[in-house]
Design a protein around this ligand. Structure first.
Ligand code: PMP
Length: 425
């Protein structure tokens, strides 16, 4: 039985349907190799995970060496050297002087832990999030996910309040930036005042709303948002699961926003370029609210994943991948904007660094989402050897999120292939 047949027979339909018809057997750098021998330029990085590239030799060597020493020893029972080393390293790279870390397995688990900590630190119970936001697929994180498509056929969820997304292309307030005065950020005051019981523990938000369609807030947004929540006595939890570790052309996405000091930063995906690991790092004073026994994750802080994360951070710094993401991203954005001028299908081009979205519309005036067209384009690009993502709340956003090591030649291949494919439509 071949792999696709096994998927059809033995994996849940939720996994087996909609999967790209490519059987991946190996990968290196930006290149995926399929069972039929074909190779692909990966512009989605396993959903924005392999920031240092697939199977980076230095990260593999660090993981391999750790594996020979120790595979598992729950770090909440024993001291594990590599866990301490990674926590110290994170205190040096996470913004806002945050110092104390907790390790877990995934982005959703990191967000769950961060919400628990915020509740304990403030003694409050409510959480505010953004429409179009995405924070995971556990009940708690779905409760603060502002997209019914991700919640349907399930529920009930936990109570949460939602603020209008800073989605300038489809402004929920019907305004235009900058004459709007960033009214969406100011409206957070009203969300607290009118939608909550006045018992808000935290705002949870992504610096760029990845799954929502690479929605890129105006630069003032998070400075205003953080101030409003801090003045209320609540915390600001920034979900850097997708934006962290260089993706946006800065080490963390929130660094693009002046005055937006987070109290807790959550991480996963790019933290170890493919080894499973989640984490959150908190302000020291905030971290003290969780007493021993209050929280635990059996596999959290797996030594192999932590060793990989340490090597990954070293690679990102030494190979100057953050700078490369900023440079190549700027060039790609320019090329995509040029393409947008002659292609009515491309309604909006947005993003930062190597987190880029092309929102496709059937008509520039009505902005009717072009979801089928997005899926068809992804398939044609795949046939031409370039893998991109498709996302957004309407399923009409092409997501360009390659490994941060992508070269100028590879970027050129992406844009020329896209231009060629679009000109034939
Ligand atoms: N937060 C954000 C911003 C994400 O993009 C994702 C995953 N797409 C998650 C949380 C959930 O991460 P995981 O799948 O590792 O639980």
């Amino acid at each position: 039985m071949d792999t696709r047949e096994q998927y059809a027979q033995f994996l849940l339909p939720v996994v087996a349907r909609g999967v790209e018809p490519v059987v991946v057997v190996s990968a290196r750098g930006r290149t995926l190799t399929a069972a039929d021998g074909r190779s692909y330029l990966d512009c989605f990085s396993g959903i924005s995970v392999v920031n240092a590239g697939h199977n980076h030799p230095r990260i593999l060597a660090a993981a391999r060496a750790q594996m020979e020493q120790l595979v598992h020893c729950c770090s909440y029972v024993y001291h594990v050297p590599v866990v301490g080393e990674l926590a110290e390293r994170l205190a040096g790279v996470v913004p806002g002087g945050l110092k104390k870390s907790f390790f877990c397995n995934s982005g959703a688990e990191a967000n769950e832990g961060a919400m628990r900590l915020a509740k304990q630190a403030t003694g409050r119970r409510e959480v505010v999030a953004l429409t179009y936001g995405f924070h995971g697929r556990t009940i708690g994180t779905l409760s603060i996910t502002g997209n019914s498509a991700r919640k349907k056929n399930n529920g009930p969820y936990l109570p949460a309040s939602f603020a209008p997304a800073p989605y300038c292309y489809r402004c929920p307030l019907g305004l235009t930036y900058p004459s709007c005065g960033v009214a969406c950020a100011e409206s957070l005051k009203e969300v607290i005042r009118l939608q909550t019981a006045g018992d808000v523990a935290a705002l949870v938000a992504e610096p760029i709303l990845g799954e929502g369609g690479i929605i890129t807030p105006p630069p003032e947004y998070f400075g205003i948002a953080a101030r409003i929540f801090h003045e209320d006595g609540a915390l600001f939890i920034v979900d850097e699961v997708q934006t962290g570790f260089g993706r946006t052309g800065k080490m963390f996405g929130i660094e693009h926003f002046a005055g937006a000091d987070p109290d807790i930063v959550t991480m996963a995906k790019g933290i170890a370029s493919g080894f499973p690991l989640g984490a959150f790092t908190a302000r020291e004073r905030v971290s003290e609210a969780m007493k021993p026994g209050d929280h635990l994750s059996t596999f959290g802080g797996n030594p192999i994943s932590c060793a990989a994360a340490l090597a990954n951070i070293a690679v990102i710094e030494e190979e100057k991948l953050v700078e490369n993401a900023a440079r190549q991203g700027e060039w790609l954005l320019g090329q995509f904007r040029r393409l947008q001028e002659k292609t009515p299908l491309i309604g909006d081009v947005r993003g930062r660094g190597l987190m880029i979205g092309l929102e496709l519309v059937r008509d520039r005036r009505s902005k009717e989402p072009a979801a089928e067209e997005a899926r068809a384009l992804r398939a044609t690009l795949r046939e031409r050897g370039v893998l991109v993502g498709v996302g957004g709340n309407f399923g009409n956003v092409l997501r360009i999120q390659p490994p941060l090591s992508i070269t100028a030649d590879e970027c050129d291949r992406v844009t020329t292939t896209l231009e060629d494919v679009m000109s034939r439509q």
